[in-house]
Structure formats: C-alpha cells, structure tokens
Design a protein around this ligand. Structure first.
Ligand code: CDP
Length: 218
C-alpha cells in the first residue's frame, strides 16, 4: 500500500507551492509541483512552433514529456504562464498527464500541488488542502517575485494576467479549479509562510493519525 497522499490545490500565487514543499520536507514525502507539467508542455509546443490551442499537437507534446523537461530553468518565465493555462484547458493534455501524477505517488505517497489534485487526480487523497488568498495579495506576491527576478513589470499588469489565468482555470470544462467538497480551505491573505505551515501541520497531524488502522479495544 502507498504512503499518504496530500493534495494542495488553489489559484496562482496563493502560497500552495511554498506550503506543499515545506509539508513534504516536514513529513518526509516526495513532492511534485504539477504546474511544471503544464508549463513543460507549453514550452515544448512553443519551441516546436506549435499553437497552444492546437489540441492534437499539445497532447502529442504531453505524451512525449521526459523527466528532463521538468528540470528546465525557464519554465517559470512569464511568457509560459499564459500558454500553460491554455494547454491545461485541453482535456487531451490532462488525460496524457494523469498517469505520471498517479505513478509519482504510488510507492511512497506524496505531496502534490496543483488545481485538480483533490478533485480528479487523487479523489481519495489522505488530506486535501485548498490554499487561497485575496486577488490583491496574490498579485502583490507574484509582482514582488517577478521584480526580484529582474523583470520590469507593473503591479497592474501582473494583477490583470493573474485574473485572466484564474478565470480560464475556473471556467474550463476539463478539471476546473475548485475546492474538493472535502478539502480544508486555508486563506493565506494575512498569514506568512511559517504560520501557513503551522496551520497545515496541525491539520495533517490530526488527519494522518486518524487514518492509521485502529487497534481493537482491549
Ligand atoms: O505558479 P502558478 O500558480 O502561477 O502556476 P502553476 O501552478 O505553475 O500552473 C501553471 C498553469 O498550469 C495554471 O495556470 C493552470 O492552468 C495549470 N495547472 C493545471 O491546470 N492543473 C494543475 N494541476 C497544475 C497547473
């Protein structure tokens, strides 16, 4: 039997990556940032001169993904953001990436962050967290990250890009962004990374203990 699977879903720049990475380290579980899969498909397609709306070409790129494609330095480039959310709306692309995500957690369990981990990829996850924050705070965080990387970009432009991507992720027919019914929501608007981890660890400890097999009463 596999170890625990922890699903961390939510919109862009809500802090799910930071939380998921820290949870994985604290619990000794492998970690997968599933956004990298969609980013890698978008980058491959772009490098081949393909269009992110071309479902057949995008699905072919998804089927040909190799582990090295996920390790590239350029996947977080702002130019990939929009194309990633466009290929992510294609059911064929999502279907091509499903097996890799399930296999990743098959042996030891895992912490995975994304948009549909608790709703589609692991509907029976041990613990489902939905991490969110106000649109203004998320835009500020993403703007600060991009400025720190040396980009020249306004807060208003970042806010508009995030709003466009959130709307596409939530409105698509294939695995739209939404909390699973049994997800616990953590709003990080007023919390720093340490406080978010503490809240999630408290929830995880309670849930993981409860999921241990019960010994029969004496
Ligand atoms: O870091 P950020 O939240 O901006 O993006 P990301 O998590 O790297 O995801 C990039 C895009 O991939 C998102 O806008 C989604 O459209 C898509 N995605 C998805 O559809 N499902 C996932 N499990 C992860 C990402």
């Amino acid at each position: 039997m596999s170890g625990p699977v922890i699903a961390v879903d939510g919109p862009s720049a809500a802090g799910k990556g930071t939380l998921a990475r820290a949870l994985a380290a604290a619990l000794g579980l492998p970690y997968l940032d599933t956004g990298l899969l969609y980013r890698a498909v978008a980058r491959k397609l772009h490098a081949e001169g393909g269009d992110p709306g071309d479902a057949d070409a995008a699905a072919r790129a998804a089927r040909r993904l190799q582990p090295a494609d996920l390790a590239r330095e350029d996947l977080r480039a702002a130019t990939i953001d929009r194309a990633a959310s466009q290929v992510a709306a294609l059911g064929e692309v999502r279907a091509a990436l499903l097996g890799f995500q399930r296999d990743f957690a098959a042996r030891a369990g895992a912490v995975l962050d994304g948009r549909d981990i608790g709703t589609v990829i692991f509907p029976d996850a041990t613990l489902k967290l939905f991490v969110t924050a106000s649109p203004e705070e998320r835009a500020r965080r993403r703007w600060r990250e991009r400025v720190a990387r040396g980009e020249v970009v306004t807060l208003a432009a970042v806010a508009a890009e995030l709003a466009e991507r959130d709307a596409r992720d939530a409105a698509r027919a294939a695995a739209p962004l939404r909390p699973a019914e049994d997800a616990l929501v953590i709003d990080t608007t007023q919390l720093d990374a340490e406080a978010v981890l503490a809240a999630a660890m408290a929830i995880a400890a309670a849930r993981l203990n409860r999921s241990q097999p019960l010994t029969s009463p004496a």
